[in-house]
Write a protein that binds this ligand. Structure first.
Ligand code: KIV
Length: 268
């Protein structure tokens, strides 16, 4: 049965972990679907792992839509989320146009956008018009040129409190899903306990409702791991796997039974 928002909510309520993975083409969509991935994200990480760019900022709505169409063709069961490209949601009208393209042309079932309370107005605008939204908090890779480096977010007390408040505001605005990137495990735990919608984590510890990783990272083929810059939260699931499909199955099993993430993949 295809996964819907309702099913993600049920999994959260019943304590069943949600296994999520990025995906960019039809072959991997079919493989991830068969391996039991519940949610695939056509992330703007495609700029880095597919197009070989250093950041995600050059990725456009057209790029993401193109990959969405391919992924949609391979999926039967998994829920499909599409990233909103950098600045494509800077105004209400632009956000609505981008969401329309991702959903109508790309076949996405939800859009994900980076940002805290500053995006509440956009989340509310989209949500009120029938667009399911995932709010991406913590590390926001689209802010790289402002931040200068990728860093763990919410370590200081005031930053942690601000993130907790951001979550409340975004939920009130209509966010259906939250994604926390590079956040201390204890903060992610507090946010997950307080949230009324599923919380997915990447580098956010074991207490969230589900895990997400970049496909090329778990297969140990992304440019960053190849040159030896493996983020702390990444585990190489090809290690000991009999095939690529088996590596994805091992990731799903580990995300479901909480053997991933281990303490060495988490931030304090
Ligand atoms: O673009 C992406 O792949 C993402 C994940 C890192 C969550 O946003």
């Amino acid at each position: 049965k295809p996964v819907q928002v309702k099913e993600l909510r049920r999994m959260r309520e019943e304590g069943e972990k949600i296994a999520c993975l990025t995906c960019y083409d039809a072959s991997f969509a079919l493989l991830e679907d068969r391996a039991g991935v519940d949610l695939v994200l056509v992330g703007d990480s495609l700029g880095m792992v597919i197009h070989g760019q250093d950041t995600t900022t050059a990725v456009t709505t057209e790029d993401i839509t193109y990959h969405c169409r391919a992924v949609r063709a391979g999926l039967k069961r998994a829920f499909m989320v599409a990233d909103m490209a950098f600045l494509s949601f800077a105004t209400r009208d632009r956000a609505l146009d981008a969401a329309q393209q991702l959903m109508q042309e790309g076949g996405a079932q939800m859009v994900k956008l980076e940002g805290g309370r500053i995006q509440a107005d956009i989340v509310e605008y989209l949500s009120a018009r029938g667009v399911p939204v995932c709010a991406h908090l913590g590390l926001q890779p689209q802010l790289i040129h402002k931040m200068g480096a990728f860093r763990v977010q919410g370590r200081e007390q005031d930053a942690a409190e601000e993130m907790i408040r951001d979550v409340e505001i975004l939920e009130q605005a209509g966010a259906d899903l939250l994604l926390l990137e590079c956040v201390p495990s204890e903060l992610a735990k507090v946010i997950t306990e307080r949230a009324n919608v599923p919380v997915i984590g990447i580098g956010a510890g074991p207490h969230v409702n589900g895990q997400i990783l970049v496909l090329h990272d778990i297969l140990h083929v992304s440019p960053s791991v190849t040159v030896g810059h493996t983020p702390r939260f990444v585990r190489n699931f090809m290690d000991g796997a009999s095939s690529i499909e088996n590596a994805v199955e091992r990731y799903v099993a580990a995300a479901k039974d909480c053997s991933y993430p281990a303490p060495e993949h988490c931030f304090k």
